[in-house]
Write a protein of this length. Structure first.
Length: 394
């Protein structure tokens, strides 16, 4: 977490018509050991299962080759040599945009036949130097790919989409030739002017919903939008479990008191220790928003106080099942997930004193010991949600 900014990754998709499977595929990976993020959006020709398979193949290859630092021309050649070509239109069955963010150096973008990438510095377009590469191999002779490189700054955004966005509204009175690249850019500028710190996820959602309206709420194509936002990181502290040594109770309380972000205490003993050491009061509630879990409590200076292992086990379950269409409730586990997903840098402090109750063989098998559940939560936050996680034991 050495960098002065964090990269938030957000995307939204709608399927064509009543298709159950989207023909666009978005993949992203955080390569922790290299301090890199790679994100790819591929648009498969047509709709449904066939389009999804081709887009998945394309996106997977683009992601893996980009991870391996392959030359952009080589990446394009391999992908195009692998994909089938439409016998009528003589074009590849899927397109792609690949973004490679090296947090210690520059950002690279590679495009093939997707709408042009929008680069924004604040609410103004960022003029980057794009290179047009003409492939010369016999199989792909004359095909064009575009690439650019730039050094990002805080409040920069990279916005890329499938043509379901730019062609939305095509044939309508307002947009007979589709919404168009320029109109999309003007729309983005207006939103950022109004909400300078709008999240990547919300901006992607606003763009997608506008395209959906253009199509009179019946998407005429698979429609996807991805946003990468370079911004100040939002920090969160999650503490669970008493310290192994009683003399470290004061240290735990100090960590909570001094942390410059949102704070969650999960576990009755954890809350009691912090309250005692900081001379604070825990206020219990009787609002049972989740019948499976004890209600939340409140403490001054702490955003959420919950029961421990049962709640954390449900947090892990929700994170496994979570998609952008998942509706979070008001229960304690849902509220922890909400705070985790709204945060970027997450510090997990795990108390290592053994709780005898958790060793009871009569408890359900799925009730795992605290550190196992928290390690699983941390791993899921890193791999699935691209969060930056530090785990420490006390």
């Amino acid at each position: 977490m050495e960098n002065s900014f964090y990269v938030e990754v957000g995307y939204q998709q709608k399927n064509h018509g009543k298709e159950r499977i989207c023909g666009d595929v978005f993949l992203s990976r955080r390569i922790k050991e290299e301090n890199r993020i790679v994100a790819v959006l591929s648009d498969g020709m047509g709709h449904g299962v066939k389009a999804n398979i081709l887009a998945t193949l394309t996106a997977s290859m683009a992601l893996n080759f980009t991870r391996e630092h392959k030359d952009v021309t080589r990446i394009a050649e391999i992908i195009m040599n692998t994909l089938p070509v439409c016998s009528v239109r003589k074009i590849s069955y899927s397109t792609f945009t690949a973004v490679d963010i090296d947090m210690n150096a520059r950002t690279s973008i590679l495009e093939y036949d997707n709408p042009g990438t929008f680069l924004m510095r604040g609410s103004s377009p960022l003029e980057a130097e794009w290179n047009c590469l003409i492939l010369s191999s016999e199989q792909n002779k004359g095909k064009e790919i575009k690439s650019c490189h730039f050094r990002p700054r805080k409040e920069d955004r990279i916005i890329f989409c499938s043509d379901g966005i730019t062609q939305s509204g095509m044939g309508s009175r307002k947009y007979p030739f589709g919404w168009g690249w320029d109109n999309v850019q003007d729309f983005v500028r207006e939103i950022i002017d109004q909400q300078p710190h709008i999240s990547a996820q919300k901006l992607a959602s606003r763009i997608l919903n506008a395209a959906f309206r253009n199509d009179n709420y019946n998407a005429q194509d698979d429609t996807s939008c991805a946003v990468l936002y370079f911004r100040e990181p939002r920090k969160l502290l999650l503490c669970s479990g008493p310290p192994f040594e009683d003399e470290n109770d004061a240290r735990l309380a100090s960590i909570v008191n001094d942390f410059p972000g949102k704070k969650i205490l999960s576990g009755g003993t954890t809350g009691d220790i912090v309250a005692r050491e900081l001379d604070l009061k825990i206020t219990d509630t009787f609002e049972f928003h989740d019948p499976d879990l004890p209600p939340m409590s409140y403490m001054e200076g702490v955003d959420l106080v919950t029961e421990g292992i049962l709640t954390l086990s449900k947090v892990s379950k929700i994170l496994n099942e979570y998609t952008h269409n998942y509706a979070l409730g008001k229960g304690p586990a849902d509220q922890i997930v909400k705070l985790l997903l709204e945060s970027d840098e997450i510090r997990i402090v795990i108390g290592t004193k053994i709780n005898i109750a958790h060793q009871d063989p009569n408890l359900p098998v799925e009730l795992e010991i605290r550190r196992t559940v928290l390690k699983r939560i941390g791993r899921k936050l890193e791999e699935k949600f691209l969060k930056e996680v530090i785990t420490e034991y006390i």
